[in-house]
Write a protein that binds this ligand. Structure first.
Ligand SMILES: Nc1ncnc2c1ncn2[C@@H]1O[C@H](COP(=O)(O)OP(=O)(O)OP(=O)(O)O)[C@@H](O)[C@H]1O
Ligand SMILES: [Mg+2]
Length: 272
């Protein structure tokens, strides 16, 4: 079950019937997603749910077995160049050059994207300020903290000013303070109209997304704003077994974690 974004604006990210198989395994199973301009959409799911494969399909890095993906209205299979211009992809293990400094990494990626000198002079200080990385511009990437590395990776991803950002677990291994910084940046980008689809293993973090897709075994179990998911949980009177508790509970104020666990258990039942 998928809900289209509110407001009737055209989607910047669209997956329809998107499916990827690896041998007998269906890593992504008929996925339907639409994300509108300025939305922050969170794809949530356990290890192996198919999150990275979904992002790689949306970039056109792997070919779908069925269905289609569109970025900014362009089919990723037939219009790879337009998709590349519109898209910033930060991979789960983004390729920073550990022996190069922050500045040198940004120069390297600017060269790669063909960013002009004038554009660099305008853009680099702004990115350094936004991420509060200016004091560290001469530090080697290998000597940065986990959170700073992720911020540098994000800066490199933003260099060609993409309309659409696909971020694969951008805050995994990042401390809570840096995670909050990261979210301030994401919200600023979204307020400028940039469309963000990110994956996360942190359900508290998913609360900050406008809409959340709950992914399990390649399938999207639900796709809705966090509050709607919690309301459905309460209205259906679902119960969840919390860590350390012997009996399932029906919490008055369920967390997204409660909701996710309950929906996963019910999806198993309905499939028999
Ligand atoms: N190139 C590949 N060849 C074979 N199987 C693959 C390949 N890539 C992914 N898979 C399998 O597809 C499934 C989904 O993997 P994927 O990396 O998309 O999950 P994920 O949700 O990103 O997990 P994680 O949270 O661990 O990053 C897994 O079972 C994985 O082993
Ligand atoms: Mg992954």
């Amino acid at each position: 079950m998928t809900k289209a974004p509110a407001g009737g604006r055209p989607p910047l990210i669209r997956a329809s019937g998107l499916t990827k198989r690896f041998g007998a395994l269906t890593a992504v199973d008929h996925l339907e997603i639409e994300v509108a301009a300025g939305e922050i959409f969170g794809l949530v799911g356990p290890d192996g749910a198919g999150k990275t494969t979904t992002l790689r399909l949306l970039c056109g890095l792997v070919d779908a077995d069925e269905g289609a993906a569109e970025i900014a209205g362009y089919d990723v299979r037939t219009h790879p160049d337009q998709v590349k211009d519109s898209l910033g992809y930060m991979a789960q293990r983004f390729g920073l050059y550990q022996d190069l400094t922050v500045d040198e990494n940004m120069q390297f990626y600017s060269d790669l994207f063909g960013i002009t000198r004038a554009e660099r002079r305008r853009l680099l200080p702004r990115l350094l300020e936004m991420t509060r990385m200016a004091p560290f511009r001469n530090r080697r990437a290998g000597a940065l903290s986990g959170g700073m590395k992720q911020k540098l990776a994000l800066m490199c991803t933003l260099l060609h000013r993409p309309q659409v950002l696909l971020l694969d677990e951008p805050t995994t291994g990042v401390d809570p303070v840096s995670r909050r910084d990261f979210w301030v940046i994401l919200q600023q980008l979204a307020s400028e109209g940039i469309t963000v689809l990110l994956t996360t293993a942190y359900l508290d973090e998913a609360e900050r997304c406008g809409r959340v897709g709950l992914m399990h075994s390649g399938r999207l179990l639900r796709c809705a704003p966090p509050d709607d998911l919690k309301r459905e949980f309460r209205e259906r009177g679902l119960a969840v077994r919390r860590v350390g508790a012997t009996e399932p509970v029906r919490p008055e104020k369920p967390t997204l974690e409660d909701v996710f666990i309950a929906f996963v258990e019910h999806s198993g039942e309905s499939r028999g």
